[in-house]
Every structure is written in structure tokens, then in C-alpha cells.
Design a binder for this molecule. Structure first.
Ligand code: NAD
Length: 291
């Protein structure tokens, strides 16, 4: 199936990055968010990231012009999806919310349109079951920050068709991503392994085994991870990580029980870079009022 127009639902951390990759890949891209200010920030992010790409020699001025010419926004999910060949949902990690969005998509999108969720861990099969087109539903799991991260994990749900998978592979390729296809299982490959590493780091911090800085340093320099687990969780969002762990705990068992310290940080509002404070402090982010 040919994809020309992509709608991205949710303009937060992930949605704005996905919109950037889609626009740069030459797709007509519509971005949507329930929050008007977040939508504007998302569009500004796409513009600024294209500028940065030019400054770093990664994007040509022509690519920027073409990407911006094809970038638009919508005031509701209904409006965003009407013309889209592919809708990528990047709303918060809550099953009820995603199910609501997929119901609206099924009602208002074109009959042949593909619906993808960027969920880090939830069941695509369960989300797809509320639609009349489960063969057109798939997981497209991008990584943060989307412009920089090469991997796209495509998740095959119970009824995802070969045609849907092939279409998403091609979209991933045009967005400049390397693709792996995984069978649906809680947390897929990356979130499942990463959640355990991150949770273990919080246990070690709580036990006083080492400081956050030293745990991060050990993982970077000893195991060659590009970021330490606390640097990474601050980027991902502690609330996002907690909800992934809660889901893995419910579906896969005790091994994934969230660390009490992680829970406490989330209760304290220490949600990571976006809140100006996570495991580490980010005074600049707070001053700019980043969401
Ligand atoms: N943050 C990460 O590192 C990361 C990585 C991979 C996947 N994910 C997944 O991507 C999804 C989005 O995560 P995020 O970090 O971008 O979250 P986020 O909170 O930064 O952004 C979500 C956005 O969705 C908007 N929203 C809420 N309800 C909506 C609705 N009904 N319609 C349209 N927009 C709505 C919110 O206003 C918000 O701007 C989640 O499923 C998450 O698990 C996140």
C-alpha cells in the first residue's frame, strides 16, 4: 500500500519527533494534540530541529523547505485522520486512552488507512480489537529522541497483515530508520530489557550501593552504554517508565515490580527533564517551562 499522508496523534516528546521524521521523509504530515500550546511547541520543535539539521549538515535547505511545505496541524483526532494513509498514535501510555483514540480513528479515517501505536509496552492486539480493521493495526515503536535514534521496532499483533508490515517497513526506511519486526509480547524486545536495567539501577541507588552519577558512569564506561540508566530515565520520563514497569509486572510477573524509590520520585513530581527535575536537576528546562 502506498503512503502519502501521515497523521501523528499527540505532539509530546515522541509525537513531535515522529512528525519531524515523517516530514523529513517526504510525507505530508499532520500533527495533533489535545493541548493547543503543546501542539504549537511540537510544530516549533519540527522547525527548530530542521534548522539544527542544516547547521549540522544533516539536512539540506531544500529538504527543510519540502518538509515544512507538507507539515500541517489539526484541532482534533477526527480532523487529523480523515485524509491520512497512516496514523501514528503517540498519546500517553494508558490503554483506555489509546482505545478511545483508535475507536475515533476507525470511525473517521479512510477505510484502507493503517493505524500504528507508538506504545512502549501495551498490547496492540488489545487496542486493535476495538477497530473493524485489526489487520491494519500495528506497533511502530520509535525511540527517544526520534531524530537521532536509528531503530524502529515494528510490532506484529495477532492479526497484523503482511501488507501492513511491508508498508510500515517502507515508511520506516524513508524516515531513515533501521527496522526490526517483533512478535507482540509485553514490552517487546527493547522496553522489556531496558525496564529491568533501569529498575535495578533504582534498587541499587536505594540500597546505597553507589551514587546515581557513579551508577551511570559505570554503565557508560564499563558496559559501553551511550547513556547511564538514570540519564536515560530522566530523558524518557520517570512516569512513563513507571507505567511500563507496572504493566510488565502485571503481565510478566514479580521480576518487574517497580522499585519503591522510582514510585517515590514520581509521587514527588520528579518526572525527569520535562519537569526540570528527575534523578538529576535541570534548572534550564524548568525555566523554559518545558512540558
Ligand atoms: N518518552 C519516551 O522516551 C518514549 C519512547 C518510546 C515510546 N514512548 C511511548 O510513546 C507514547 C507517548 O509518550 P510521550 O513520552 O511522547 O508522552 P508525552 O506525555 O510527552 O506526550 C503525549 C501527548 O499526548 C497528548 N494527548 C493526551 N491525550 C490525547 C488525545 N486524546 N488526543 C491527542 N493527544 C493527546 C498530551 O497532551 C501529550 O502532549 C507513549 O505510549 C509512550 O509509552 C515513549
Amino acid at each position: 500500500m502506498e503512503v502519502n499522508k501521515i497523521a501523528v496523534i499527540g505532539a509530546g516528546t515522541m509525537g513531535r519527533g515522529i512528525a519531524y521524521a515523517a516530514a523529513l521523509g517526504g510525507y505530508c504530515t499532520i500533527l495533533e494534540d489535545v493541548s493547543a500550546p503543546v501542539l504549537q511547541q511540537g510544530l516549533a520543535y519540527v522547525r527548530e530541529t530542521l534548522e539544527e539539521g542544516i547547521a549540522r549538515g544533516k539536512v539540506t535547505p531544500l529538504q527543510k523547505e519540502q518538509a515544512l511545505a507538507c507539515l500541517g496541524s489539526a484541532g482534533s483526532v477526527e480532523e487529523a485522520c480523515r485524509e491520512a494513509d497512516l496514523v501514528i498514535e503517540a498519546a500517553p501510555e494508558e490503554m483506555e486512552l489509546k482505545v478511545d483514540i483508535f475507536c475515533i480513528l476507525d470511525k473517521f479515517a479512510k477505510p484502507g488507512a493503517i493505524f500504528a501505536s507508538n506504545t512502549s509496552s501495551l498490547s496492540i492486539t488489545e487496542i486493535a480489537a476495538v477497530t473493524c480493521r485489526p489487520e491494519k493495526c500495528v506497533g511502530m515503536h520509535f525511540f527517544n529522541p526520534v531524530p537521532k535514534m536509528k531503530l524502529l521496532e515494528i510490532v506484529r499483533a495477532l492479526e497484523t497483515s503482511e501488507d501492513t508490515l511491508a508498508t510500515c517497513r517502507e515508511v520506516g526506511r524513508r524516515m531513515g530508520k533501521e527496522v526490526v519486526v517483533v512478535r507482540e509480547s509485553p514490552g517487546f524486545v527493547t522496553s522489556r530489557i531496558n525496564a529491568l536495567i533501569g529498575n535495578e539501577a533504582f534498587h541499587m541507588l536505594q540500597e546505597g550501593i553507589a551514587s546515581a552519577e557513579d551508577i551511570d558512569k559505570a554503565m557508560r564506561l564499563g558496559l559501553n552504554h551511550p547513556m547511564g540508566p538514570f540519564e536515560l530515565v530522566d530523558l524518557v520520563g520517570l512516569d512513563v517508565r513507571l507505567s511500563i514497569l507496572e504493566y510488565l509486572h502485571n503481565t510478566l510477573g514479580e521480576k518487574y515490580r517497580p522499585s519503591p524509590l522510582l514510585r517515590q520520585y514520581v509521587k514527588a513530581g520528579r518526572l525527569g527533564r520535562k519537569a526540570g527535575r528527575g534523578v538529576y536537576e535541570y534548572p534550564d528546562a524548568k525555566a523554559k517551562g518545558q512540558a
